[in-house]
Structure formats: structure tokens, C-alpha cells
Design a binder for this molecule. Structure first.
Ligand SMILES: Nc1ncnc2c1ncn2[C@@H]1O[C@H](COP(=O)(O)OP(=O)(O)OP(=O)(O)O)[C@@H](O)[C@H]1O
Ligand SMILES: [Mg+2]
Length: 257
């Protein structure tokens, strides 16, 4: 199958724009992401990366354009419908239930993506969802904290938990928003291992400022600037792109100021 074959596309974004009153957050962005691909989305602060995820996930409607998921038009579908199709996202700030344990958070994620609705109180010790939750915890390496309340976790452990929650059910496409933000060097290495261990049945789109991770685990890179797609290519092509260097240098100088 060639990449042009629509049956191989996990995500097709066509001419998508999002304006907030007068502000152009995302402007005429088109992306073709193949099934199993690892795609990095780069761009300076405010470039429109998270807004693009909001549009793909359905958290906010597009102002213009079309989004296809595994060949189906999802532009006007609800978040729940997109989740049911296998689309998952994480947020820039981890969204977990701090008063619940790690395992309970994972069980809620599993219940959330299944079509059945149970209360947590109905989940017995040997319930299959508890076993699935433990399996997810082991997959991401948070099993040692399974019985701890999420509020007691470190920042890095919370982010790991959020990744584990995103893997609940049978995800086809994962959108990770800055998964390495705030992680220690050791946690970054672990995150890279987790990402590399994901099945190639799963497509991953990742916003990431850590160039080592973004360029190290991704096959293709798309660069946004002021809401527009300004460059696309392999990690080698992007790391040699002068415009991309200028944007990141500019960002670094702003951060240093
Ligand atoms: N709900 C909103 N209402 C108004 N403006 C918004 C809203 N969400 C985002 N914006 C604006 O849209 C632009 C793009 O923001 P976005 O959060 O998508 O950037 P980003 O690339 O994710 O940046 P960062 O690297 O800082 O996370 C910014 O100017 C932002 O202020
Ligand atoms: Mg963002």
C-alpha cells in the first residue's frame, strides 16, 4: 500500500483553521498522517499546536476545513464519538482525579472508553477492569504506585499515569501534548522507551519541545508558526532547516529574557 492510499491514513487534516474572534490560532493547516506513523508537531509558544489538537480531538469546533480519521469524516463528530473510534489525547496539564488512586484513575479511563457505565463502587477485586487497569499500570511502569492517591505522585509520575490512561481501550491514534514537559532526564529516557515500545498499530502525534525526544522517536516532523504549517519532513531535514532553527533560537532568546 502506498502512502497515497487513503486506507493507510490515520488522520487527514484538510485546510483546517480556527479563529478566536480576531485571533488566528490555526490557519489553513493540512496534514496527512499514515497509520503507525510517529509524527512530531513543533513550533514556538503560541504557534497553535494545542489548538490543532483541540480541533482534531473535537474539544473545539473548526472555523474551517475537514478532518478525517481512518477514512471517515469526523469534522462534526462529538468528542465521545471520536473516542469511540479510537482517538485519545493527553493535555498539556495532566488531567487526572487527584483524590483517587492510580488504579482507580485507570479503571475510570477504561470505563470511560467502554460503552458500559459502571460506578467505581461496583468494581470488585477480581473484576476484569481492575486487571486491565493493572496491566496498563505495568505497561507504563506505574504499578508500584497503583494503590497511592494520584495527588501524592510526583509531576513525572502523574504524566506517566496520564499516558497510561490514554492507552485504555483500544486506541488507534494518540495525541500527546508535550509529554516530556517537566520530566527529569531519567523520566525522559523512560518516556522515550515507552513511546518506542508502543505497537505500530497505534499512530502517535506528539507535540514536543524536547528536540531529542521529538526527533529521536518520530518519523516525520511538522512545524507550525503563527498558526501556519511552515515546514514538514524527516527529522534530518527538519534539523537542517534554517527557518526552524531561527524559530527555536528566537524562542530560546525569549525564554532567556
Ligand atoms: N480558547 C482560546 N481563546 C482565545 N485564544 C486562544 C484560545 N486557545 C488558544 N488561544 C490562542 O491561540 C494561539 C495558539 O495557542 P496554542 O495554545 O494553540 O499554542 P501552542 O502552540 O500550544 O503554544 P505552547 O507551546 O505555549 O503550548 C495563542 O495566541 C493563544 O493565546
Ligand atoms: Mg500548547
Amino acid at each position: 500500500m502506498s502512502l497515497a492510499d487513503p486506507s493507510t491514513n490515520a488522520l487527514l487534516v484538510r485546510g483546517v483553521s480556527r479563529h478566536f474572534n480576531g485571533l488566528v490560532a490555526v490557519e489553513d493547516v493540512s496534514l496527512t498522517i499514515a497509520i503507525g506513523e510517529r509524527r512530531a508537531i513543533l513550533g514556538a509558544n503560541g504557534a497553535g499546536k494545542t489548538t490543532l489538537f483541540d480541533l482534531i480531538a473535537g474539544d473545539i469546533p473548526v472555523s474551517q476545513g475537514r478532518i478525517e480519521f481512518h477514512g471517515e469524516d469526523i469534522t462534526n463528530q462529538s468528542v465521545a464519538n471520536r473516542v469511540a473510534r479510537g482517538l485519545r489525547r493527553t493535555y498539556q496539564m495532566a488531567r487526572i482525579f487527584p483524590q483517587l488512586t492510580v488504579l482507580e484513575n485507570l479503571i475510570i479511563a477504561i470505563i470511560g472508553v467502554s460503552k458500559q457505565h459502571f460506578g467505581l463502587g461496583l468494581i470488585g477485586q477480581n473484576d476484569v477492569r481492575r486487571q486491565q487497569a493493572m496491566a496498563l499500570a505495568e505497561r507504563i511502569g506505574v504499578e508500584a504506585f497503583a494503590e497511592l492517591k494520584a495527588e501524592t505522585l510526583s509531576h513525572g509520575q502523574r504524566r506517566q499515569l496520564e499516558l497510561a490512561m490514554a492507552l485504555a481501550g483500544d486506541p488507534k491514534v494518540l495525541l500527546f501534548d508535550e509529554p516530556a514537559a517537566g520530566l527529569s532526564p531519567l523520566e525522559r529516557i523512560k518516556l522515550t522507551e515507552v513511546i518506542k515500545s508502543l505497537s505500530r498499530d497505534i499512530t502517535l502525534v506528539m507535540i514536543e519541545h524536547d528536540m531529542e525526544i521529538a526527533l529521536g522517536v518520530c518519523d516525520q516532523v511538522s512545524v507550525l508558526n503563527w498558526g501556519r504549517l511552515i515546514a514538514e519532513g524527516s527529522p534530518e531535514q527538519i534539523s537542517q532547516n534554517q527557518m526552524v532553527h531561527d524559530i527555536y533560537l528566537g524562542r530560546k532568546q525569549r525564554d532567556d529574557a
